[in-house]
Design a protein around this ligand. Structure first.
Ligand SMILES: NC(=O)c1ccc[n+]([C@@H]2O[C@H](COP(=O)([O-])OP(=O)(O)OC[C@H]3O[C@@H](n4cnc5c(N)ncnc54)[C@H](OP(=O)(O)O)[C@@H]3O)[C@@H](O)[C@H]2O)c1
Length: 275
């Protein structure tokens, strides 16, 4: 890790925390420097057994010694969790706070964390569970470069990261990456149904589609070409792919995708107002 190790506290030891912790430990981050708090005995036991991290049944115990606190609880409970924690720790203690909670603005986090100047927002997505995450990051202008680099390295343990220049960019990350695995699953699901209707088994259809999706994604990552060029390269004039794509276009594929992504952004904005 380019900035040396720091003592970490994960508040909430659920799916996303588990994915990040797993990625860190796999990359050699010392488990002895990782503390996690979670109300569930089972969750704590699993994390301790799997990764050898310290587990605690109170957030205060996890955070006391931490230099970086990762807020990994559900957005609905974050305000209460932070307010209790600030009271127990008697202030933010100049720790770095990395929030992965969807839809909680920096302005709200600042209030919950008693004006801490060291807050960074991250928006990971579920492929982080298999080390293929895509995380958007945002820090307000005053945050130190070294804090940003440290948090970036934490999220790079589970995939790629992208810094956005303003906070609204986090909602764009939600539309284009956070919610996007589900768009691909929807397409894969529809393709599977059609493939099964054509006579293949669900299992065979699943293999054809998942491997093709992974292959297409890998090509897009490896080749520095516009998506449109890659599409054109696999579409011969008058061929089968051209016939299929024409149907997508006739049914307004581009405008459907655009409307769906706008809906994700609108919901993210609404959630930010709710919390
Ligand atoms: N999963 C994603 O794709 C994704 C993507 C981007 C961002 N996020 C964000 O990541 C955060 C965590 O999501 P997740 O999917 O990992 O949820 P999760 O699996 O439900 O994890 C949250 C964990 O926090 C625990 N918890 C509840 N109350 C707590 C408290 N007072 N103190 C400490 N821990 C507490 C929960 O325990 P119980 O289950 O026993 O209540 C649970 O184990 C959310 O804010 C979410 O918005 C998730």
């Amino acid at each position: 890790m380019r900035n040396g190790y720091k003592t970490l506290a994960f508040i909430g030891g659920g799916n996303m925390a588990g994915a990040i912790i797993g990625g860190l430990v796999q990359r050699g981050y010392p488990a002895t420097l990782i503390h996690v708090s979670d109300p569930s005995d089972l969750a704590r036991q699993r994390l301790a057994d799997q990764f050898g991290v310290h587990v605690h049944d109170t957030n205060q115990d996890a955070a006391t010694a931490a230099e970086v606190v990762v807020l990994a609880v559900k957005p609905q409970v974050l305000a209460e969790v932070c307010q209790t924690l600030m009271a127990e720790l008697q202030g933010h203690g100049d720790r770095i706070y990395l929030s992965i909670a969807a839809g909680i603005s920096l302005a709200s986090l600042k209030i919950y964390l008693q004006g801490s100047p060291r807050i960074i927002r991250a928006m990971p997505n579920t492929p982080a569970l298999v080390g293929m995450g895509m995380t958007g990051l945002y820090a307000s202008p005053g945050v130190k470069e070294s804090d940003k680099l440290f948090c970036q390295a934490l999220l790079e343990a589970v995939g790629k990261v992208l810094w956005v220049a303003d906070e609204a960019g986090i909602n764009t990350v939600i539309a284009a990456a956070g919610s996007a695995p589900a768009y691909f699953f929807l397409l894969m699901e529809a393709m599977q149904q059609s493939t099964v209707a054509m006579g293949l088994s669900e299992e065979d259809a699943r293999l054809l589609i998942a491997q093709t999706a992974a292959g297409a994604a890998q090509m897009a990552l490896e080749r520095d070409l516009p998506f449109a060029t890659m599409r054109e390269q696999v579409t011969s004039k008058g061929g089968t792919t051209a016939a299929a794509l024409a149907v997508f276009q006739q049914h307004g594929f581009g405008s459907t995708v655009d409307a769906a992504m706008q809906a994700a952004i609108a919901r993210a904005e609404e959630m930010a107002r709710e919390f």
